[in-house]
Design a protein around this ligand. Structure first.
Ligand SMILES: NC(=O)c1ccc[n+]([C@@H]2O[C@H](COP(=O)([O-])OP(=O)(O)OC[C@H]3O[C@@H](n4cnc5c(N)ncnc54)[C@H](O)[C@@H]3O)[C@@H](O)[C@H]2O)c1
Length: 262
């Protein structure tokens, strides 16, 4: 029997891999011997992870594209399978976040966020699942958030989108259990990434305080009074990609430094 956390030689398709949590997951997977297909609409930071993966001796391909484009997503998933073989694990890491007072939201603000966070997860999952179902195996890992479990000031669209991602995860778990496929979500708390820096800046501006003060206020919400490192979330993704999680599906796993206890 393979080691429980063994993912050597699998093919992982990771969206949002250019930076932040997606990049940390790519790095962790490469260290564990997985072959990678990296997909992001931005590629300015991809070179680092590509070099790292190549130095580790795993295969790595990458493509610039938007998770909201059905054509680009389908083309990338096909390219991943042509170049690396069947996709074993899909990580839906791409996402966006905004701080906006509820009464200031425009429909465009609302729709764009839902399009990336929810429709993007739907489209990438559908393209991968069309292939996974033919093989009777596969794992979907969705980056949700503690925002999918609670309410937050100034982030109505983001929190609604992450509640939707958790709901979508559960639906995939139900619909594809008989196909040997699992779907689980990760719900991080505050992770030290460019996205979170934007949250701090946006909340500080709306609240009329400086960013250091805002960061202190936000960190007080965690029992551990700190930001998480992207690598910490990547450890949970490794578990979900590995045989150790074979018996889990439809779950939303919180990793928050003690902000949320569910
Ligand atoms: N940082 C946090 O505190 C935190 C907490 C909970 C959940 N999350 C979630 O984790 C995921 C990653 O967050 P992060 O902090 O690393 O963010 P980030 O902004 O640092 O990285 C997100 C990546 O997604 C890419 N992306 C955005 N829109 C895209 C699109 N339409 N098509 C393709 N790629 C796109 C970006 O280019 C970027 O490389 C997101 O889903 C986010 O909501 C983050």
């Amino acid at each position: 029997m393979a080691a429980q956390f063994q993912i050597e030689g699998i093919t992982a398709f990771i969206t949002g891999a250019n930076r932040g949590i997606g990049k940390a997951i790519a790095s962790q997977f490469a260290k564990a011997g997985a072959n990678l297909f990296l997909y992001d609409r931005q590629t300015d930071q991809l070179a680092g992870i590509v070099d790292e993966a190549q130095a580790l001796g795993v295969k790595v391909l990458h493509q610039q594209g938007d998770v909201t484009s059905p054509e680009q997503v389908e083309q990338a998933v096909a390219a991943a399978e042509d170049g690396l073989g069947p996709i074993d694990v899909l990580v839906n890491g791409a996402g966006i976040c905004q701080s906006i007072r509820f009464l200031d939201y425009t429909l465009e603000d609302w729709n764009r966020l839902m399009e990336v966070n929810v429709a993007g997860t739907f489209l990438c999952s559908q393209a991968a699942l069309r292939r996974m179902t033919q093989r009777g195996r596969g794992k979907i890992i969705n980056l949700a958030s503690i925002a999918g479990r609670i309410g937050s000031k100034y982030r109505a669209s983001y929190n609604a989108s992450k509640h939707a991602v958790i709901g979508l995860t559960r639906c995939l778990a139900v619909e594809f259990a008989d196909d040997g496929i699992t779907a689980n979500a990760i719900c991080p708390g505050m992770v030290d990434t460019e996205m979170f820096a934007g949250v701090v800046a946006g909340d500080a501006e709306i609240s009329g305080v400086d960013q250091e003060t805002m960061l202190g206020i936000l960190q007080q919400r965690a029992l551990q009074k700190r930001l998480l490192r992207p690598e910490e979330i990547a450890g949970l993704a490794l578990f979900l990609a590995s045989p150790a999680s074979d018996g889990m599906t439809g779950q939303a796993l919180t990793y928050s430094g003690g902000i949320v206890m569910q």
